[in-house]
Design a protein around this ligand. Structure first.
Ligand code: SF4
Length: 372
């Protein structure tokens, strides 16, 4: 194995070396893999659902959602026939809702344009909403036995340490190199098994913080282990945390609260989900002014707004502090599309974004305390 100079791409493994590594990997996988529900099927749809859910989400969190989702929508046809609200309701709590909407619209497109036939190549899969190179590779290799690599964050970390890749993994040169290295490993193996073995090794042994090198089947060939560089690889790209402030307005009228639905195809972090009117608070603008503008946007006029409580949530690298106000709506214009006046107890019938569900629960507790 070559001693790669800093910030250059290492040599790709020779076919013989790749074969030995892949053999060890697959043998280890046969003995140590976790019995996960999506590993008991070759159904492309079930594998697809699992791969979409596993993006940015832990296995233990995904399992009950995966089972519930497949029970409710057992086929791509069933998912395509459902409404966006139905899909979001079953997905509710798993986060990253655009994944659900993409999966839903990809199934609709599959039914309309492909007459329900599964695409058989990576390019066709990648034309479906939300499907990238990784997801296409995972489905094609696991469901159709095609020799297509699937390099997720776990597999990328193993490959980077194994061969000494010392540039950040989100660089395009690194991405290309990782795919080529994974392709070499697949050459003489069952592709679905080999891809999953690499990911499983990353999940169980070659973990981000403390890799368990003494138990690793690839330890004797590993560049990072030989050079004591496992903790420095993958090389990180620093992304600063962004803090911002928001106001949420609980506009009420005759015991009901105004909720609005985000545009399903917009750039909002909760596409298609319901929430209380809310807006980012800029330094130069007062909260009262923003509240007035928010109410006006929904055809309402408000008197004095009362600040109830504050809360915080985190989304990707944003930390958001929310100031929650309530105000009575005095004048209400015509009903607007994508809005609804709901009792607190009816909120659970709609897919509501997680932070605003927390607001509603806290509001419910406050109301109960007030009545006692
Ligand atoms: Fe990862 Fe250690 Fe195995 Fe290398 S030897 S692949 S660093 S677990």
């Amino acid at each position: 194995m070559t001693d790669a100079p800093k910030r250059s791409l290492p040599e790709l493994p020779e076919p013989g070396q790749a074969h030995v590594l892949a053999e060890k990997l697959v043998r280890w996988y046969a003995r140590h893999r976790r019995p996960l529900p999506w590993r008991r099927t070759c159904d492309p749809y079930a594998i697809w659902v699992s791969e979409v859910m596993l993006q940015q989400t832990q296995v233990a969190t995904v399992i009950p959602y995966y089972q519930r989702f497949l029970k409710r929508f057992p086929t791509p046809q069933a998912l395509a026939r459902a409404s966006a609200d139905d899909v979001l309701r079953v997905w509710q709590g798993l986060g990253y809702y655009r994944r659900a909407l993409n999966l839903w619209s990809a199934c609709r497109r599959l039914m309309q344009r492909h007459r329900g036939q599964w695409p058989q190549d990576r390019q066709s899969w990648c034309r479906l909403p939300g499907v990238g190179q990784y997801t296409a590779g995972a489905i094609l290799s696991q469901a159709f036995g095609q020799k297509v690599p699937a390099v997720d964050a776990n597999a990328a970390r193993v490959l980077a340490r194994l061969f000494g890749l010392q540039i950040p993994l989100d660089r395009s040169a690194a991405r290309r190199w990782l795919v080529q290295a994974a392709e070499r490993l697949l050459e003489r193996q069952t592709p679905g098994e080999c891809n999953q073995a690499l990911m499983e090794l990353g999940a169980l042994v070659c973990t981000p913080a403390e890799p368990r090198c003494p138990t690793c089947p690839l330890a004797s060939e590993c560049w990072a282990r030989q050079h004591r560089r496992a903790s420095a690889i993958p090389v990180k790209t620093r992304r600063p945390i962004v803090c911002r402030e928001e106001v949420a307005l609980l506009l009420h009228r005759r015991g009901r609260f105004l909720l609005t639905r985000s545009d399903p195809s917009g750039t909002d972090p909760w596409p298609g989900l319901w929430h209380f009117p809310a807006a980012t608070l800029r330094e130069s603008t007062s909260a009262r002014r923003v509240l007035g503008q928010l109410a006006h946007r929904f055809g309402c006029r408000i008197g004095a707004a009362q600040e109830l409580f504050g809360m915080q949530y985190r989304i990707t690298r944003h930390v958001v502090a929310v100031r929650v106000f309530q105000a009575q709506a005095h004048r209400v214009g015509d009903r607007r599309e994508g809005t609804a006046w709901l009792r607190l107890s009816d909120l659970c019938r709609r897919p509501v974004c997680a932070p605003h569900l927390r607001i509603a629960r806290r509001l419910g507790r406050l109301a109960r305390r007030h009545r006692q």
